[in-house]
Design a protein around this ligand. Structure first.
Ligand SMILES: [Fe+2]
Length: 344
């Protein structure tokens, strides 16, 4: 507490002054220079200098210094008007108000500006020859059943055409990886994930598949179709203003894990799907597009595990893909290499 002597001084009373006297806020710094946009000492210099003087957290200082630098450069480069600044604040306020547990407008905004894809690329670099990764999206759940390879992941009467996925988990030497698990989740033939159905009682179109010792695995299911991301909020309005649409190409999500290898979260896309080149969230990569084949022969369909009358749509779409995983060491090496380059 401030002493009685101090409290008599009008400069030393009031909540803010008391907080400083009690060391709740840092000691004041002299204001030695005026900052002006047309001088050699700008608001940017002043903000950065203040942060450098006071911050005790090096990583926070690093992040905020870079953010302030780019944010201020953006305003100067665009000569941002007050009206535009106000519009941006209203946009972000609306994004906050319209976000829910199931629809986060800030995540959508990050996705639609390619920011999520960039952060994913920085954190999960892939050595040449490995399967590219992409963002998992909002529909993953942790309640999928653990099933052996060859299982069906689609419940009876799931909308859509039948599909059989045949995969292999390999390393960069082309060897099958043992003890791999493949977490799969996907939309159905209506472009809907199970959790989008209000009467969902148990997981559907998802499973944690235990791959065979040689790295191979398969599952039967439904061919997913394209679907839109939520576009009834501010992010949707921004997409429209930019002449973009909200539809994602058909895809299947995978997270592949194996001891000693870097986890791979990715998605695969059939080449027949629309919207491959205009993905609103920039998760579609050319290397992840697959050419599917059709199987009409009942015997071959039976060999894949389909029982008589179980094939939906009169054919089975056959989807094959070899996942290539880097080791943990290979990824760490690559991260160090890229971090070194980005600081040059
Ligand atoms: Fe998805």
């Amino acid at each position: 507490m401030a002493s009685v002597q101090q409290m008599k001084n009008p400069l030393l009373v009031g909540r803010a002054i008391r907080a400083q006297l009690e060391h709740e806020v840092p000691k004041d710094l002299p204001l030695e220079r005026d900052f002006r946009e047309d001088s050699h000492y700008t608001i940017t210099d002043h903000v950065q200098g203040l942060h450098r003087s006071l911050s005790k957290d090096p990583r926070t200082l690093d992040l905020v210094t870079s953010l302030v630098s780019h944010l201020h450069a953006f305003a100067r480069e665009t000569q941002l008007t007050h009206a535009e600044w106000t519009k941006a604040v209203k946009f972000l306020t609306r994004a906050g108000k319209e976000s829910t547990d199931y629809k986060n407008e800030f995540v959508l905004l990050s996705d639609c500006l390619g920011f999520s894809a960039l952060v994913d690329e920085i954190n999960h670099p892939k050595p040449s020859g490995c399967t590219d990764g992409c963002e998992p999206g909002p529909f993953y759940t942790d309640d999928a059943p653990v099933v052996p390879s060859g299982s069906s992941l689609a419940k009876t009467n799931t909308q859509g055409e039948s599909m059989c996925f045949l995969g292999t988990i390999k390393n960069l030497k082309g060897e099958g990886i043992k003890d791999a698990t493949v977490d799969v989740w996907q939309a159905d033939g209506d472009g809907l994930y199970d959790i989008q159905y209000p009467d969902r009682e148990e997981p559907n179109d998802r499973g944690k598949i235990l791959a065979n010792p040689d790295g191979t695995f398969s599952y039967r299911g439904i061919l997913p179709t394209a679907y839109p991301i939520p576009s009834d909020g501010p992010t949707g309005d921004l997409l429209k203003a930019l002449g973009r649409h909200a539809h994602r190409a058909s895809h299947i999500h995978f997270t592949v894990k194996a001891p000693g290898y870097d986890d791979l979260t990715s998605a695969l896309y059939p080449s027949h799907s629309p919207f491959l080149g205009t993905d609103p969230v920039f998760a579609t990569k050319k290397s992840l597009i697959c050419q599917l084949t059709e199987e009409h022969d009942p015997k071959r369909c039976a060999d894949m595990g389909f029982k008589e009358g179980e094939v939906q749509g009169g054919r089975v779409w056959v989807w094959k893909y070899d996942f290539v995983l880097p080791t943990v060491e290979q990824v760490e090496e690559l991260k160090k290499e890229r971090a070194g380059k980005s600081r040059l």
